[in-house]
Design a protein around this ligand. Structure first.
Ligand code: AMP
Length: 284
């Protein structure tokens, strides 16, 4: 497995792999089984699987955890190689944002609400770095996790709108056996926090069960999640029942929906979601 640090090296790699099908898995490192599932799929579905590891400063607000974000490159390289990646692109901040860098990709309305409202500028940072990664690696397909559902929709919409020619494929959320969605930020959780955090996936599962029993009223689904997350240690930031493609909030019963939520637990801010009436493969 090659480990490349510069844009020039990746361009040369790509010339050598000119006729290969290339799959890209963009990550911020601190890889866990959730990331691994994306890499496995990229390896399975492409001639060449590339993993990028880059903690992208422009998607963090000044008060957020950019400096403290977990970093463990040697473990990430071992895991990537073990999974069969052909190349890891692990650039420096200066390589991705050269001196004088000032251009930003501004996503549309799909980025406005939920995480976009809670974290102003976050999705412009994501859209910008993903555009750069797509331009550097020139993958045929890129893999993103359902765990960050709005991010998946922002990147899919951007790739379509900007005619980037990259298929953006969603991969199911990988969970701990107890239901907690895996996240690099879970390492901020104490044992008590972890216990409290289980309320999130439990509430989403309960809402999904309500949906299976025929509940379609978005207000009732929101109430269900609010009730089930009203436990000590969980500070719910938002719960949304939205159209799964536009992420517009549903005001009336619909036949497909996504419930997304964000909550503060201890020192961590966690997000999770569940799709209702639509399969992840249909999200494109
Ligand atoms: P991150 O390193 O947090 O930026 O995540 C890199 C990619 O892995 C993103 O597309 C995430 O949505 C995805 N990802 C993170 N956690 C999970 C998970 N538990 N299951 C599936 N995909 C995930």
């Amino acid at each position: 497995m090659k480990v490349l640090r510069s844009v020039a090296e990746v361009r040369a790699f790509r010339v050598d792999a000119a006729s290969a099908g290339v799959g890209l898995v963009p990550t911020m490192g601190a890889l866990h089984a959730g990331h691994a599932s994306l890499v496995e799929r990229a390896v399975r579905e492409n001639d060449v699987a590339v993993v990028s590891i880059f903690v992208n400063p422009t998607q963090f607000a000044p008060h957020e955890d950019f400096a403290a974000y977990p970093r463990d490159e040697s473990a990430d390289l071992t895991m990537s190689e073990h999974l069969g990646a052909a190349m890891v692109f692990a650039p420096s901040v200066e390589e991705m944002y050269p001196a004088g860098d000032a251009t930003r990709v501004q996503p549309g309305p799909v980025a406005a609400r939920l995480e976009g409202a809670a974290r102003p500028g976050h999705f412009a940072g994501v859209a910008t770095v993903v555009t750069k990664l797509f331009a550097i690696v020139r993958p045929d397909v890129a893999y993103f996790g359902q765990k960050d559902f709005q991010q998946l929709r922002v990147v899919q919409t951007m790739s379509r709108d900007l005619r980037l020619g990259v298929r953006v494929s969603g991969c199911p959320t990988v969970r701990d056996p107890d239901g907690l969605a895996m996240s690099s930020r879970n390492r901020y959780l104490s044992a008590d926090d972890h216990e409290a955090a289980l309320a999130l996936s439990r509430a989403l599962l309960a809402a999904k069960a309500d949906w299976s029993r025929g509940e379609r009223d978005p207000a009732k689904l929101r109430d269900r999640v609010r009730r089930d997350t009203a436990v000590p240690g969980v500070a719910l930031e938002y719960v949304s029942v939205a159209d799964p493609l536009t992420l517009d909030e549903l005001e009336r019963p619909a036949e497909r929906a996504v419930i997304t939520l964000a909550a503060r637990i201890g020192n961590a801010r966690l997000i999770d979601n569940v799709l209702l009436g639509i399969a992840l493969e249909e999200i494109a």
